[in-house]
Design a protein around this ligand. Structure first.
Ligand SMILES: Nc1ncnc2c1ncn2[C@@H]1O[C@H](COP(=O)(O)OP(=O)(O)O)[C@@H](O)[C@H]1O
Ligand SMILES: O=C(CO)[C@H](O)[C@H](O)COP(=O)(O)O
Length: 561
């Protein structure tokens, strides 16, 4: 019998990649990356107001280019034996659609309107709406936020939808329903984008749209209309049932089969978020803590349903039955900026260079800057009096989402140079990670091991070693450069019936680990001291009482300030 192949497609923040994988060996036999054209030009975005929108054409072009590109470097035999495709995307990245499921921005009258596009996960324009949702939910007879850590975030579905229909009357009138990116793009492949019948992802619905079986699905019509009468009728135009990623969404449509040169027998799996499929690709097992470390971090832990039961985990981004694998509770957390903190610092340095010396000089500098600063920062001693920074440059996702928070750096003097600041920023991202790990442990969720995937995990031994020292835990890095796409491929193999379970797909197709960072005992104790200072600085910036014995006044007078 000839081999069969599956395609995993991973829509990241900047680009989409397709990976073709042998279902029996896990061998990657073709891959291609496509950068979003409009996004790269910064269109429809305004970082100063945290507005980040993506045009659906970037996704459609990327879907076709990435899959065709991956197939172009595989053999004809591979093409003939593709049996499944699954897709992961960022999230919550919802967009408004008409009755046919067409995103409004694909209609000529909305083609340039950012409110008719997909609202990227990191768009924080809906902070006020998130706050309103929290206030209402916390005083309603059911607290609808209870399975999402007790706090609704402006990064999520309802806040984004509510803000958009409030500020844009044209969108309000023409948006029949709303879809998450992962649901829409999977639906496109099947040819059925009808918002009332396309299969919606359990992962997206449970983590971002307050869907739970205990609530009989989404929050009640009464709750939604109390939140804003503009939401009247919306619940019925969304969905009641949700589907896990081992299930099929449908078959490849004739149109897309022809575009891609594949058969209509190809099964399209139900979509999910990048981090959740990435966790599958990274061979997640119960109580392993998988960190997808890139622009932001997304942390995924999976536990048997019966072991967590109805225990509520405070301050995380949700606990959802089946969001990673069926029968398991998927728990999500993360940081709204990780590599983005370093990217911000690099832009700060290269911005004036670009203006004064031109693009060529700035581009050359930009490509070398983070590795250069990392090499210098690595040589610096770690002492209890080092600079302290907060990682909240894009707000705080976990623990306890608050996207109005800002970052800070303390301890600057005339001797402070770029490597010292860079080191403090790397440590800040590690301290943010530590506060997430501590929250899981405080809530009684054990962590058996830490696994890392994503661009930063692969590219920066300095960051990963710092993280291991700060967490005081070993960190394994998955071998695959494209663990999210690999996870999507594993899901496709299950949806297509090649493997009976996610676990079986992981066993057959997993590619293991290629690095392990061990904490260095000589730095662990110093990092514990610095972490306490990070917590104190955070409390000060957040205007919260300081729980430690050391007051802010004492802290401000300490040598580090
Ligand atoms: N050598 C490096 N060391 C640390 N961070 C890096 C390095 N190179 C790139 N980065 C960071 O990696 C992030 C991109 O991560 P990646 O996983 O490739 O993308 P995404 O998160 O969009 O999927 C950027 O924020 C960038 O600042
Ligand atoms: O929250 C998410 C998933 O649940 C986002 O999709 C994720 O954080 C996007 O990240 P990146 O661009 O860093 O891969």
């Amino acid at each position: 019998m000839s081999n069969s192949y599956v395609i995993g497609v991973d829509f990241g923040t900047d680009s989409v990649r397709a990976l073709i994988v042998d279902t029996q060996t896990g061998q990657a036999v073709g891959t291609h990356v496509h950068n979003y054209v409009r996004w790269k030009k910064g269109l429809y975005c305004n970082p100063a107001t945290s507005q980040f929108r993506q045009h659906p054409l970037d996704y459609l072009e990327g879907l076709e280019a990435s899959i065709r590109g991956a197939l172009a470097n595989a053999s004809d035999d591979v093409r003939q034996h593709v049996v499944g495709i699954s897709i992961d995307t960022t999230g919550s990245t919802p967009g408004p659609v008409d009755e046919t499921g067409l995103p409004l921005a694909l209609r000529p009258d909305f083609a340039e309107n950012p409110n008719g596009m997909f609202i990227l996960w990191k768009d924080h324009t809906a902070n006020a709406e998130a706050e309103e949702i929290n206030n209402l939910a916390h005083h309603w007879d059911i607290d609808y936020t209870k399975y999402v850590g007790g706090i609704y975030s402006s990064e999520w579905f309802w806040a984004k939808m509510l803000r958009t229909i409030r500020v844009d009357e044209a969108v309000r009138q023409h948006a029949f329903s709303w879809v998450e990116h992962c649901d829409w793009i999977s639906a496109v492949l099947t040819g059925n984008t009808n918002p009332l019948t396309l299969r919606r992802s359990r992962c997206a619905a449970g983590h971002k749209a307050l869907w739970h079986s205990e609530f009989d699905g989404l929050p009640s019509e009464e709750f939604l209309t109390q939140l804003d009468p503009l939401l009247a009728g919306q619940r019925d135009r969304l969905y009641h049932d949700t589907y896990t990623s081992d299930q099929s969404m449908g078959n490849l449509s004739a149109e897309w089969a022809q575009k891609l040169g594949l058969s209509t027998d190809v099964v399209v799996g139900v979509g999910a978020f990048d981090a959740h499929m990435g966790a599958i690709g990274a061979e997640i097992e119960p109580y392993a803590f998988v960190r997808i470390i890139g622009t932001s971090t997304c942390d995924i832990l999976m536990a048997p349903n019966e072991e967590i039961g109805h225990r509520l985990i405070r301050g995380i981004c949700g606990q959802v039955d089946g969001s990673v694998a069926p029968g398991m509770l998927g728990l999500e957390a993360g940081q709204s900026a990780f590599g983005d903190v370093y990217a911000w610092f690099a832009r700060l340095i290269t911005g004036p260079v670009r203006e004064l010396l031109g693009d060529e000089a700035a581009d050359t500098m930009s490509s070398q800057l983070i590795p250069h600063l990392s090499a210098q920062a690595e040589q610096l001693p770690v002492t209890a009096n080092d600079l302290i920074a907060l990682d909240w440059i894009n707000g705080r996702r976990t623990p306890d989402a608050n996207h109005t928070l800002k970052a800070a750096i303390t301890g600057l003097n005339l001797g402070t140079d770029a490597p010292k600041i860079f080191k403090a920023l790397v440590e800040a991202t590690a301290f943010g990670s530590r506060s997430i790990v501590d929250r899981f442990l405080q809530e009684g969720v054990p962590i058996s091991k830490v696994i890392a995937i994503g661009g930063v995990a692969k590219k920066s031994p300095f960051v990963m070693q710092t993280l291991a020292n700060v967490l005081n835990k070993p960190i394994q890095v998955a071998s695959s450069d494209q663990a999210c796409a690999l996870g999507a491929a594993m899901c496709a193999a299950v949806a297509a019936g090649i493997h009976p379970t996610m676990e079986a797909a992981q066993q057959a197709m997993g590619s293991g680990f290629d690095a392990e960072y061990q904490p260095r005992p000589e730095q662990v104790a110093t990092y514990e001291t610095l972490y306490q200072k990070y917590l104190q600085l955070g409390a000060f910036v957040e205007n919260k009482p300081v729980s430690s014995s050391q007051s802010i006044a004492q802290y401000a007078q300490s040598e580090s300030l």
